[in-house]
Design a protein around this ligand. Sequence first.
Ligand SMILES: [Zn+2]
Length: 306
Amino acid sequence: MTNTFVRVLTVVFVCLHVLAVMGSAADGAVNVVTSTPELASIVRYVGGSKVSVYSIARPDQDYHLVEPRPSDVSRIARADLVVRVGLDLDLWLDALLNAAANPKVRRGSAGYVDASRGIDRMEVPKGKVTGASGDIHIYGNPHYYYDPLNAKIIARNIYEGLTRVLEGDKEYFQKNYNNFVDEIDRHMKAWQQKLAPHKGKPVVTYHKSASYFIRRFGLRYFDQLEPNPGIPPSPSHISQLIRRMKEENVKALVVESIYPKRFPDLVAREVGIKYQVVPYSVGSMGTKTYFDLIETWVDKFVNALD
Ligand SMILES: [Zn+2]
């Protein structure tokens, strides 16, 4: 080989290397795909400038009923880390993981995070679930992320996942994780104070999504407009609910933003109350972060209970 040819080759290799480095820097050091926007928000907090994050479920999309697109497969094929809610909320993610066949994020590998690890699950069905009734929540209630103290466990799982795939940045992720925990604790005091006057009061929601939130803040779940999770309201269930709400003087109806307003309107009119709408997702009703989401939930619950 001539010297000139070697020099040209060297230049080409250096250029390719520079392009590769620039490419990864522009994309963010770690490509993270989450199943929901809440997880994406927490990944953004803990991962900071080292991550680029994409959520497959869009805000205000019923997480139980997400239909992934072909582009989601290529997102997962390029991912370094996948973070899911788990239980039965995002079962649709498994088909995506299979189709993408990316060994880095396969179940059990370093880049796979099930955010529900370590969560104290509520409403785990006793005995065999046949699914004959069409119920969902078959592994327990999967809406644990509406409890801000569970968000600390989620953040911990994310922190550990990020550290596995980017060991060199452990300290950076740890600092962000610690800040997240501190910020939750700081907010928690204010949130507890706002809801403290309403301890033990009964609440009705559309779907059974508020169990963890209600338990955390010492409220009481009265019932839902859906007779069972995932089963649409029926006229008989609604008329019984109206009667029971009147008899037991239940004033608080809180509706998650994704659900139709026909039945909430009817119940509110018949019972003689006003209902409140809460954001289903980070990104619903103008919320931008996980903290916005919970702050809005607290304020809307206070309005419903006042
Ligand atoms: Zn659900």
